[in-house]
Design a protein around this ligand. Sequence first.
Ligand SMILES: [Zn+2]
Length: 58
Amino acid sequence: MVLVWIGIVVGILLVVILIVKATKTNPREIAGMTMRCKKCGTETGGMTCPKCNKTFGV
Ligand SMILES: [Zn+2]
């Protein structure tokens, strides 16, 4: 019976891992493109653009 529980736990863990991976990759794939800066087009990955952030204060 212990092996059955181990199998169930492993199966649940695999499902959880797949869901986590899906939720991490979906936002970009749903948008159909990677997160890019609106000004220069540099891929920012959802973060502030490093190029425009430097020149912003100048
Ligand atoms: Zn930029």
